[in-house]
Structure formats: C-alpha cells, structure tokens
Design a protein around this ligand. Structure first.
Ligand SMILES: *[C@@H]1O[C@H](CO)[C@@H](O)[C@H](O)[C@H]1NC(C)=O
Ligand SMILES: *[C@@H]1O[C@H](CO)[C@@H](O)[C@H](O)[C@H]1NC(C)=O
Ligand SMILES: *[C@@H]1O[C@H](CO)[C@@H](O)[C@H](O)[C@H]1NC(C)=O
Ligand SMILES: *[C@@H]1O[C@H](CO)[C@@H](O)[C@H](O)[C@H]1NC(C)=O
Length: 535
C-alpha cells in the first residue's frame, strides 16, 4: 500500500527552499479557539449561559446503572484527564453562579459487553442542569463516548475550581466504522506509542485500530506456531511484538472501546514472510532459471494453503475482533508470469492468461480458511475491482485516491459493505492548511441509492509508516486524524470548515494539555498551555 498511490502534493518548493515566499504573508490570521466546545460535534448539542462550578476535590463519577471494569477505568482515567492529579487542597471559594456540580451520574442500561464490535451501540444522552448532571446510554460504549464529551465541556478556572455550562446533548455516530491505520512494518512503533495513539483515538471517538502489523519490510508479529517468522522477518529481536505485548495493546484498546483489526496482507506485500517459510513465495524466473527474486505467495502450491490454515487459526485466537484484514492489494503479476510451474497451473485450471483469475483463486481459498475459523474479513478494493466472486460478508476498503467516490459507488453497487480510506492519507503531508480537504471528503457523497448508502459503514484515516516512527507518529497523526473522526461521527450537515476551525483549535490545545504533541494545523497562534518536555 501507499507506494503506488499518486502523490498530489502541490509543494511550494520556492518557499520551502528559500524559507520565505509570498504565501507566508497570507498566513497572519490565527484562529481563536473556542472554550468548552466538543469535538467531534454531537448530533444535537446546545448549551446555556448557566455556569456550574466543580470543585475537583468534591467531584465524582457515579454509576447508577450497569457497571464493569470498562466503566470503572473510565471514571478513574477521566478524573485525571479533567482534573489532573488531585494533590492540592481546596483554597479557592468561588462565587457560585448557577450552582455546584458534585457528580456525573452515568446510567448504563445494558450489561457491559466484553469487547467492542462492529455495530455496537455508542449512543448516549448528556444533560447538565440545575437538577444534576446525567449521562444515559444503552451500552458501556455509549457511556465512554459521553464521558469524553463531558470532559471536553469542563474548563479549568483555577487550581481546584472548574466550570461547565448547562448543556443538552443527544448523540450517536453517523458511521459504525471509524478507524485509524498505523503501519508497524515500514517502521516499528513501541507499545507505549501505540497505546498513546489509542488514547488519542478514544478522545476523538474513533473505534477501530487498523493495525497494519506486517508488510514486505518487516514481520514484527511473533507467532506462536511460526516463531521464525519474526525472528527472521523482523528488523531485529527488539523490533518485534511479543504475544504479551499484543495482548496488552488489545486490552488497552478494549478498555477504550476500540476494536483492534489486524492486517496480514497477502498474497502480495509478503516478502518478510518468505524469509522463514520455505517455498511460500513464488520463485521469479529469468528465462528458464529462477533468478533469486521472490514474488507474491505461490498460489499453485498446496503447501501455501496448509501454512495459511495454520497461521490464520492462530490469528483467529490471538485477536478477539470478528474481523481480520486480509489485504489483497497491489499483487504484482510479473513474477507469476515468469514462473513455469505457475504457467502450468494456470493451464490446468483453465485460467488462460488472466492472472486476476489466479489471484481470485488464491483469495477464495484464503477466505474459506478464514471463515473456517469463524472470522469475518476486510479486504482492499482491487479484490472486488477485478470482479472476483467474493462473499458479500466481506468488508471492502477503498484506498485508491483517484475517482474514489466512483469506487464507492461501484463497490456498493456490487452489494459490498464499504469503508473509505482514499481521501484521508495523513502520511501525504504538504505545506499549509491541509485538514480542510480531509474535512470536505464525505463517504456518503455519491449518487447511489439509499440501499447503496447504507452499505457505506464508515471510513479510516491512515498513517503509512515509510517516514514515521516513534519520534513523529503522534504529532504527524494528530490532530489531523481528529478531522476525519468528526466527519465520521457527526451529522452530514456538519461540514463548514470555517465554523469548525476554532473548535479544532481548541481540540488541538486540549490534546496538548492532555500530554499529546499534537501539531499545529491552523497556522500562527498559540495554546494557553504549550507542549513541553522535562529537561
Ligand atoms: C457558558 O456560559 C458563559 C456565561 O456564563 C458564556 O459566556 C459562555 O459563552 C457559555 N459557553 C458555552 C459553551 O455555552
Ligand atoms: C436520548 O434521547 C433521545 C431523544 O430524547 C431518545 O430518543 C433516546 O432514546 C435517548 N438515548 C439514550 C441512549 O438514552
Ligand atoms: C516446478 O516444476 C518442476 C518441473 O515440472 C518440478 O520439478 C518442480 O519441483 C516444481 N517446483 C515446485 C516448487 O513445485
Ligand atoms: C451516478 O454515478 C455513476 C458513477 O459516476 C454514473 O455512472 C451514473 O450515471 C450516475 N447516476 C446518476 C443518476 O447521476
């Protein structure tokens, strides 16, 4: 992925090289942040002038309905997120205005699920009034989203004193699938960085971590059944994820209401797999002899499917989410074409010279293996672009960033649930305000039928890993990813970028206050509290 995507970067070369240019003169207007406004914008939101004060030493969250570890840990987490560490004693007595708030009653109707899942109920209602502060939700997931909203409404007035306006929120997501992709193959990312990213995701109401865990460059997944895969396919023994670390990441995501969908991309993008699994990759030929190069997984050998069956049986157990992403993109046919055994196999199967048929054959067998271990699957678009007969249970992800709404149209026309990624490449950076283009992209903005639109279950933004690692992945991802989060959560009518900018500015400053090095996206300006590191 990513490497063949056309770059539409309009680079202001002169400005960047010379360090000045006429465009800079236009960037004098800074955006003034809002105060106590939520991001993403709820479906219905209204606030009053009534200001309630909160003494952080007296405030608590209270579960008035169902509760569980997920809710308890949210209470604990948000005490710190909103109020910081509570070591200081009360020393400030404000004049009360509308009243004092001493608790948020969180009323979850149904028993907690153990894991988040596609289609979970994330709706909630939040009321802050003289009668009290109440959050109602059907599920614990709705409670998580609502507590985040509540936390964004609270402003610090002094060391111990905080305030929140009277507020009414009725909220639910527009799309079920709201994802962020990180790539840990091009560059390894530490567990701590992945967790920091998950925490940031939860604060923009993302609910899917698409973990592009392996690729050509490295294989950091430590397999129980095939330990040599990371030993030989990882960059080195420190750049791999142990089973314990993977479990730690899944657990951290669970507590935040985030699904972990791992991607094991094949038959292409699998060079790192071949370092340890003998005969898995196709031997490329020059003339009549193997030339030492390897291509995609060899679809003509039964041993390939034997390996895949054993491998995905393990993946099915390790990752609790119903979905695994199986990739299927950018399969290079040249190596298959060069290999005489594959030519013979094509003949035997009556595929003629249509290598898309061979790919389809491979994908069909892989899908059977994966359904056989009771997993659902996501795939990149070209698996169905080639009209392969793929079961309708597949979720198809659109990544080609040209005419992508046509791809959404065609994929839903074929009856597939569809996730859009094509317009949200965070890794394709350029100078200037870039987020407005992300904001303008709407997965529902095509001329399909109501039936087709229902099949668009959401979107994903992505940070491919060629040029990011621990040093910059958080700052390059945030807060631009949040822009996509609002597109996927809020109503379709929330699309005015000028109106959104001050709220985004506040959201970014809030992220900084919360410890994330979220980069500047609106041009010149400042945050009340800047990012700093201890020296
Ligand atoms: C909160 O109330 C104050 C007045 O008490 C008002 O100035 C402010 O705009 C209100 N904020 C919101 C978000 O409604
Ligand atoms: C929130 O309020 C709306 C409108 O009053 C109601 O239809 C909905 O069921 C409520 N949702 C929850 C989760 O309580
Ligand atoms: C490819 O075909 C040749 C000749 O038919 C055979 O000797 C060889 O074992 C085959 N290679 C593989 C990997 O199946
Ligand atoms: C909808 O868009 C598709 C793809 O661009 C096009 O083929 C079709 O003619 C359009 N239909 C209408 C009613 O505009």
């Amino acid at each position: 992925m990513a490497k063949t995507v056309a770059l539409f970067l309009f680079v202001y070369v002169a400005g960047i090289v010379a360090g000045h240019g006429e465009y800079r003169g236009k960037e004098t207007v800074s955006v003034t942040a809002t105060l106590g406004m939520p991001w993403p914008m709820p479906q219905q939101y209204s606030s009053t002038q009534d200001l309630f004060t909160i003494n952080r030493n007296a405030f608590k969250f209270r579960a008035t309905g169902q509760s569980c570890d997920i809710l308890e840990s949210a209470f604990f987490r948000y005490q710190t997120i909103i109020f910081g560490l509570r070591e200081e004693v009360l020393k400030f007595h404000p004049k009360l205005r509308a009243g004092t708030l001493t608790e948020l009653d969180v009323n979850v109707k149904n028993k907690c699920d153990r894991y988040p899942y596609l289609g979970m109920d994330e709706s909630y209602n939040l009321t802050i009034a003289a009668s009290g502060a109440i959050l109602n939700s059907n599920s614990v997931w709705g409670a998580l989203r609502g507590i985040e909203t509540f936390s964004q409404l609270v402003l610090q007035q002094s060391t111990d004193m905080f305030s929140v306006n009277g507020t009414t929120v009725v909220d639910y997501p527009r799309f079920q699938h709201r994802g962020l992709l990180l790539d840990t193959s091009r560059h390894f990312l530490d567990v701590t960085i992945i967790k920091q990213n998950l925490l940031a995701m939860s604060q923009s109401k993302f609910n899917v971590f698409h973990w592009h865990i392996v690729d050509d460059q490295s294989f950091p997944y430590t397999s129980n059944n095939f330990p040599d895969m990371s030993k030989m396919g990882g960059y080195d023994s420190r750049h791999i994820y142990t089973q314990d670390q993977i479990a730690e990441i899944i657990e951290y995501a669970r507590i935040l209401g985030i699904r972990v969908v791992p991607e094991f991309d094949s038959p292409g993008h699998s060079q790192s797999w071949g370092k340890s699994i003998k005969d898995l990759l196709t031997k490329c030929y020059s003339g009549s002899k193997p030339n030492g190069q390897y291509g995609p997984i060899d679809p003509s050998l039964e041993s390939s499917y034997g390996f895949l069956a054993k491998f995905f049986a393990e993946i099915g157990k390790v990752f609790p989410d119903h979905y695994v992403h199986l990739g299927g993109d950018e399969v290079n046919f040249d190596c298959w074409k060069s290999n005489p055994n594959i030519t013979a196999f094509m003949k035997q199967k009556n595929f003629g010279t249509d290598y898309a048929k061979l790919e389809e054959y491979y994908v069909q067998r892989l899908l059977d293996i994966v359904s056989g271990v009771n997993k659902g699957y996501m795939i990149w678009q070209e698996v169905v672009d080639n009209n392969a007969k793929i079961p309708k249970e597949a979720v198809v992800e659109i990544y080609r960033n040209q005419a992508y709404m046509l791809d959404v149209y065609l994929t839903t026309l074929k009856g597939y649930r569809t996730v859009l990624q094509a317009c949200w490449y965070l890794d394709l950076i350029k100078y200037g305000v870039q987020w407005q283009a992300f904001y303008a992209c709407d997965p529902g903005n095509f001329n399909g039928t109501a039936e087709q639109k229902k099949l668009v279950i959401g979107g994903e933004t992505c940070m491919w890993g060629e040029y990011v690692d621990n040093t910059n992945v958080i700052s390059r991802t945030w807060p631009r990813a949040s822009v996509v989060a609002e597109r996927l959560w809020s109503a379709q009518s929330v699309k005015d970028a000028t109106a959104a900018a001050p709220r985004l500015e506040e959201h970014r400053c809030r992220m900084i206050k919360r410890g994330f090095p979220a980069e500047s996206v609106n041009g010149p300006g400042y945050c009340p509290q800047e990012y700093s590191i201890p020296v």
